[in-house]
Design a protein around this ligand. Structure first.
Ligand code: GLN
Ligand code: ZN
Length: 765
């Protein structure tokens, strides 16, 4: 780094400006692109990304942020950490094994995948059993050499810190962490030594775990790691990078023997800045100033960013500052360039990865030679001012509703124990009622129909009659199967958040705003840019039609406020809580519209409740408080006899059971195939007093479990749960399944329920 202020990037999106990366990988997996051709294509994409960052004038360009699937998997494979079931012995791990670990193979199930901190990115969880680590290849070194040869870049290798790597791995207990550190350190150090020998100047070591709750013992272990590294590679400069939150242990972390500390000044609630003001910053280190939001898609308020840098300059000279995004740009789309269809005011307010790099560059110029940057700063200021002034962002009606938020009723008229008998009387459901989670298989015809209608090839009438046929067939199927509570099937929905985003005020959709969710899977989240408000009923028509075809109860189907929030890009001038509240009030109107139209069983899905969990322990209860209240605001205004359902899946439930209770839904259907043992134990200990359906089969597999298998799960659950409150359902929606397997599995489920009822009766006689 030179004498003046430096600009760096922490990581660039992998997927390519038109998702070329995804397409190449998927072609390879489908057997349409050979390994050599894949390697060549990915190298081409990578070279382009490097050249682009160089063109943008980034001083320190990250390398090894690119991957063939996931950066945690890369680390595991580099150290030869391959679970036994993949038949690996030694040496460089073949690409086919690498992909098998990520995706599973006919012989071995895939490694587990889980959320990367509080983002929507998912990493492959390394399974560290008895294997001894060894350096089977040096990925960062290869990436460094590649950038030098192909793009003339003296890059900065990015590696996951050893502490973070081990903390996020599984296969050993908390007590073994220390010994694992000792076991891995020599290999890790060897990797760094080879970088040093090759002339690498700076390495970025990512230790995001440092922003979580850290005990004294944790800090000791981290210190041990970095002391060892400092001794082993004295001429390598290390930027110890943290992100996603403030570091609590500021005083200890800044004393670690490294040459730079990177901090997040966007998602830290001001705590990092306060710590620097209070304790100062070491004279011998660089400060990584994470000041452009790497988690969101909005243009930055550059004036306030400059102010922040100037405030920091009271403690750190400009020459020792490294301006950077708050985290890797992996979490934002590539470029706003393709967004031709958006309102220009909104488009101009967006900044994806490329635009964020431009912003960093501009901030750098503004600090180095203010006069030269004035024009561009002014332009940015104006774009932001136009966006902020949009009437859709400043609605009086929404504001006045919000002002009454605290007074809004958030409780049902009667407590569950009192309304439950009334519901029982109204609905006359059999014991252990059977139902599904909402969606039914989305066949090719269904997807084609939606596409035709979107493209204008079908008019509204054609489209609606097609949807009615689908609903009718779905109702017939459910009647034939003998299910007790029916659903309309969700054929009109591509995605459970997008569907509502399109019908509510305050949302827009990008054309090319893709981000990596895991591996080659990309998502295009809706954008909440304005005040969210109800326009007109969104789901009533389909539900009412479904109900007209059957004498059985039909559940209306909505997506909950937290899930809509978590799976969207959210405006950053309001708190997440405020935005959630707006969504909740809009959904409350939909709930009322459904009830009014005679749909008196309504399911509000909240699969993302646990995803919104803050990283720090102390922030979790406050979050759960407002999140569950938002759900209750959306659902509690109904009659006592109206039955509110909710659904959750694929997360750890055991630590949020109290929040699930706080939703006060009449019935929750919950995924159990993945978290079975733990959840049942927890329910056994604490009980659950409202209606609950534990998923009796995994919908992620085409396998059809037989009656005995499901009956066993039901039996196990009934040892813990009250049969009078127990429901029987699959783990999640059926939209990704085929029709034949769905029919077979549901038939078995209904039969398993029948048998379980029989058993209950004999016992009670
Ligand atoms: N009702 C939704 C469905 O069945 C729920 C999806 C989900 O939980 N992710 O598809
Ligand atoms: Zn689900």
């Amino acid at each position: 780094m030179g004498e003046t202020l430096t600009i760096s990037n922490l990581g660039y999106p992998r997927i390519g400006s038109n998702r070329e990366w995804k397409k190449a990988l998927e072609a390879h997996w489908a057997g349409k692109l050979e390994e050599a051709a894949l390697v060549k294509e990915l190298a081409r994409i990578r070279q382009e990304q490097l050249a682009l960052q160089k063109d943008k004038g980034i001083d320190l360009i990250p390398v090894n942020d690119f991957t063939y699937y996931d950066h945690m998997l890369d680390m595991a494979v580099m150290f030869g950490i391959v679970p036994e079931r993949f038949g690996y012995t030694s040496g460089r791990v073949p690409l086919s094994t690498y992909f098998a670990m990520a995706r599973g193979s006919s012989e071995a199930p895939a490694c587990e995948m889980t959320k990367w901190f509080n983002t929507n990115y998912h990493y492959i969880v390394p399974e560290i059993g008895e294997q001894t680590p060894s350096l089977t290849e040096n990925k960062p070194l290869e990436a460094y050499r590649f950038a030098k040869e192909r793009a003339g870049i003296d890059g900065m290798p990015v590696v996951v810190g050893l502490y973070t790597f081990l903390k996020l791995s599984k296969g050993f207990g908390e007590k073994e962490l220390g010994p694992k550190v000792e076991q891995f350190l020599p290999v890790y150090v060897q990797m760094l030594k080879e970088l040093e020998q090759d002339g690498v100047a700076w390495v970025q070591i990512d230790e995001p775990v440092l922003v979580m709750d850290m005990s004294d013992a944790d800090i000791e272990l981290v210190t041990r790691i970095y002391q060892e590294i400092a001794q082993a590679v004295p001429s390598l400069s290390i930027m110890l990078q943290t992100y996603f939150e403030a570091i609590d242990r500021y005083e200890q972390v800044v004393q670690l023997p490294v040459q730079g500390i990177g901090l997040d000044f966007v998602h830290d609630s001001g705590a990092n800045l306060q710590a620097i003001a209070k304790h100062g910053f070491p004279q011998d280190k660089r400060l990584g100033v994470g000041l452009i939001d790497g988690r969101n898609i909005w243009r930055a308020d550059l004036d306030s960013k400059l102010e922040l840098v100037n405030t920091l300059a009271q403690s750190v000279p400009y020459a020792r500052m490294v301006l950077q995004p708050s985290c890797s740009l992996l979490h934002v789309p590539v470029s706003t360039q393709a967004e031709e269809k958006l309102d220009p005011v909104i488009r101009e307010a967006l900044a994806f990865a490329n635009e964020k790099l431009d912003e960093l560059k501009l901030l750098g110029s503004a600090l180095r030679e203010p006069a030269a940057a004035a024009g561009e700063l002014e332009a940015s200021r104006n774009s932001l001012a136009r966006f902020r002034a949009l009437p859709q962002r400043n609605r009086q009606d929404v504001a006045s509703q919000q002002a009454q938020w605290a007074q809004q009723r958030d409780q049902r008229g009667l407590a569950f124990a009192e309304r439950q008998p009334l519901q029982q009387e109204k609905w006359q459901l059999p014991q252990l009622p059977t139902t599904t989670i909402g969606s039914f298989p989305q066949t090719k015809e269904v997807r084609q129909a939606r596409l035709r209608w979107r493209r204008g090839e079908w008019d509204q009438h054609e489209y609606e009659s097609f949807m009615q046929e689908q609903i009718a067939a779905c109702m017939r199927l459910q009647e034939e199967l003998g299910l007790d509570v029916l659903v309309h099937g969700e054929f009109e929905r591509t995605d459970m958040v997008e569907f509502f985003g399109e019908k509510l005020d305050g949302f827009v959709f990008t054309q090319n705003g893709w981000v990596q969710s895991y591996g080659s899977r990309c998502v295009k989240p809706p954008v909440i840019y304005g005040d969210v408000a109800f326009r007109e009923p969104m789901t009533v028509k389909e539900s009412v039609y479904a109900k007209s075809l059957t004498a059985k109860p039909v559940k209306g189907m909505l997506t909950g406020p937290i899930t809509i929030l978590c799976w969207s890009f959210v405006r950053d001038d309001q708190s997440r809580e405020q935005v959630t509240n707006q969504i909740a009030l809009a959904l409350r109107e939909e709930v009322a519209a459904l009830e009014e139209a005679g749909i008196e069983m309504i399911q509000v899905d909240e699969p993302a409740l646990r995803e919104g969990f803050p990283l720090k322990e102390r922030d979790r209860e406050p979050y759960l408080d407002w999140a569950t209240r938002a759900f209750r605001i959306a659902t509690s205004s109904v009659k006592d006899t109206t039955q509110i359902h909710t659904h959750m899946c694929y997360c750890e439930f055991h630590d949020i059971l109290h929040a699930i209770r706080a939703l006060d839904a009449d019935v929750i259907s919950i995924e159990t195939s993945r978290s079975h043992g733990e959840l049942i134990d927890k329910l056994d200990g604490e009980g659950y007093d409202n209606g609950i359906g534990l998923g009796v089969y995994d919908i992620h597999s085409p396998r059809v479990p037989d009656v005995t298998e499901m009956a066993a799960i039901i039996e196990q659950a009934l040892q813990v749960l009250d049969p009078a409150l127990f429901w029987i359902n699959p783990d999640c929606g059926l939209k990704t399944r085929g029709i034949a397997e769905t029919k077979a599995a549901l038939a078995n489920m209904v039969e398993a329920a029948r048998q379980a009822r029989g058993t209950l009766q004999t016992v009670s006689v």
